[in-house]
Ligand binder design. Structure first.
Ligand code: FAD
Ligand code: DHB
Length: 386
C-alpha cells in the first residue's frame, strides 16, 4: 500500500488528523489496533474547549455535538463546604461544551467512512521503519496477513502506550515526567443532573468532581489510591464518599442513581521533546499526558493535529517544509501551558499523602484568592476555556 500520511491510532488525534487532511486534499490511512465497537464505547473525556468546538464545526463534523452537547458558561469551585462560581464566559467571552469523547469518535469515524477514507481496525504488531528516510514504512498484521504501507510521513497518534514514541531512538527523545500519588475513581450514573455546571470540590478526604453526560446520565469522579481496585468499592461506599466530599452547608444534595460503569484512572504529567523524529510526527497522548483535572488532554490532541494538518497541507501545496519544521515548537508551547495549568489545578485540589495542616491551609488560601480576585479568576478561566 502507498499513501501520503500513514496515521497510527484512531483516537481523537488520528481520526481528526485524517479528516482535516482529507479537507486539505491529502490522502491518509489510519491503523487502529482495537475494533470500531471498542473505540466507540471507551469512556474518557467530556469537556471541549471552545476552540475545539469551533474546529469540529468548521470542518463539518460538529452537527450532532451542536445538537446534543451542553454549553456551560461557568464552573463551581467547592471548598470549606461552600460553592463559588467561576463565570467563565463573563470573564473570557468563551464557553466550554460538555460532549463525550466517544461521541466525537463516532462522529469522526462516520465522517471518514462517508468520505471513503481508509480506516483499518484490529491491526496487530504495527512497527515503523526508515523514519529518517523520505519513504518511511509501517508494517503490521491485519486479517491474518502481513502488510506494509509506504508513505511520505507517519503520524504517531497512538496514545501514551503506543509504539510510535518508542520508535524514536532514545538519544533523540527528551522526556519529562511527573507522577501523582493518587488516581481518579470514575463512575457513570443513571440519574438526572444534580448541578447545572461542573463542580470541582476540594475536601480533606480528597478531590471530587461532578460532571454530566446527558439529562439522564451523570459522570462523577473522586480521588482514590491508584493501586486500589474497583471491587473494593461497592455502590454504597462510593455514595458515602461522594456525599462526604461534596457536602455543603447550603442545602445542596447529590442525587443518586444506578451506577453502571466504574473505573480507576492513573494520573501523570508527561512530555516528550521534540514531537518529531525524521518523518515521524507525534500528536496527542503519544507525545504528552496531563492529569485530567484541567480537562485538557483531548483539547491538546485536537490542537496538535490542527497545527499538523496545516503543516502537511502547506507542504503538499508548496513543497515548503517550514511549517513541518516548526510543528514541534509550535505545538509544545500550548502543551507546556496546559501542563502547567493541569499540574496547578491538580496540586490545588487534591490531598497529597504527605500533606501537612500547613499545606492544607495553603490550598484553601489559594482557592479563596481565586474566588475573591477577578485577576486570579481570569487566570483560571482563560486557561480552562483554552
Ligand atoms: P487516544 O485517545 O489514547 O487514542 C490512541 C488510539 O491509538 C487508541 O484508539 C489506541 O487503541 C490506538 N493504538 C494504541 N497503540 C496502537 C498500536 N500499536 N497500533 C495501532 N493503534 C494503536 N481530556 C480532555 O480534554 N477533557 C476531559 O474532560 C478529559 N477527561 C478525561 C477523563 C478520563 C477518565 C481520561 C482517561 C482522560 C481524559 N482526558 C480528557 C484525556 C483524553 O481522553 C486524552 O487526552 C485523549 O484521548 C487523547 O487522544 P489521542 O487520540 O491522542 O489518544
Ligand atoms: C470530565 C473530565 C475531566 O477530566 C474534567 O476535568 C471535567 C469533566 C468529564 O469526563 O466529564
Amino acid at each position: 500500500m502507498k499513501t501520503q500520511v500513514a496515521i497510527v491510532g484512531a483516537g481523537p488525534a488520528g481520526l481528526l488528523l485524517s479528516h482535516l487532511l482529507h479537507l486539505e486534499g491529502v490522502a491518509s490511512v489510519v491503523l487502529e489496533s482495537r475494533s470500531r465497537e471498542e473505540i466507540e464505547a471507551t469512556i474518557r473525556a467530556g469537556v471541549l474547549e471552545q476552540g475545539t468546538v469551533d474546529l469540529l464545526e468548521q470542518s463539518g463534523v460538529g452537527e450532532r455535538m451542536k445538537r446534543e452537547g451542553f454549553v456551560h458558561e461557568g464552573i463551581y469551585l467547592r471548598f470549606a463546604g461552600r460553592s463559588h462560581r467561576i463565570a467563565l464566559t463573563e470573564l473570557t467571552g468563551r464557553a466550554i461544551t460538555v460532549y463525550a469523547q466517544h461521541e466525537v469518535i463516532k462522529d469522526l469515524v462516520a465522517a471518514r467512512l462517508a468520505a471513503g477514507g481508509t480506516l483499518l481496525f484490529g491491526v496487530k504488531d504495527a512497527a515503523l521503519y526508515d523514519l529518517d528516510s523520505t519513504a518511511p514504512k509501517t508494517r503490521f498484521h491485519w486479517n491474518g496477513k502481513v502488510h506494509e504501507i509506504e508513505s511520505d510521513f507517519v503520524a504517531g497518534c497512538d496514545g501514551f502506550h503506543g509504539i510510535s514514541r518508542p520508535s524514536i531512538p532514545s538519544r533523540h527523545r527528551h522526556e519529562f515526567t511527573r507522577s501523582y500519588p493518587f488516581g481518579w475513581f470514575g463512575i457513570l450514573v443513571e440519574a438526572p443532573p444534580s448541578t447545572d455546571e461542573l463542580i470541582y470540590a476540594h475536601h480533606e478526604r480528597g478531590f471530587a468532581l461532578v460532571s454530566t453526560r446527558s439529562p439522564q446520565i451523570q459522570r462523577l469522579y473522586f480521588q482514590c489510591d491508584p493501586q486500589d481496585e474497583v471491587k473494593n468499592w461497592p455502590d454504597a461506599r462510593i455514595w458515602e464518599e461522594l456525599h462526604t466530599r461534596l457536602a455543603t452547608g447550603e442545602g445542596w444534595t447529590l442525587g443518586e442513581g444506578r451506577i453502571f460503569q466504574k473505573g480507576i484512572i492513573a494520573m501523570r504529567s508527561f512530555v516528550v521533546e521534540p514531537m518529531r523524529y525524521g518523518r515521524l510526527f507525534l500528536a496527542g497522548d503519544a507525545a504528552h499526558i496531563v492529569p485530567p483535572t484541567g480537562a485538557k488532554g483531548l483539547n491538546l490532541a485536537v490542537n496538535d493535529v490542527r497545527v499538523l494538518a496545516e503543516a502537511f497541507g502547506s507542504f503538499y501545496k508548496t513543497k515548503n517544509q517550514a511549517l513541518l519544521e516548526s510543528y514541534s515548537s509550535t505545538a509544545l508551547k500550548r502543551v507546556w501551558r496546559a501542563e502547567h495549568f493541569s499540574w496547578w489545578m491538580t496540586s490545588m485540589l487534591h490531598r497529597f499523602h504527605d500533606d501537612t495542616p500547613f499545606q492544607h491551609r495553603i490550598q484553601l488560601a489559594e482557592l479563596d484568592y481565586i474566588v475573591s480576585s477577578r485577576a486570579k479568576a481570569i487566570t483560571l478561566a482563560e486557561n480552562y476555556v483554552g
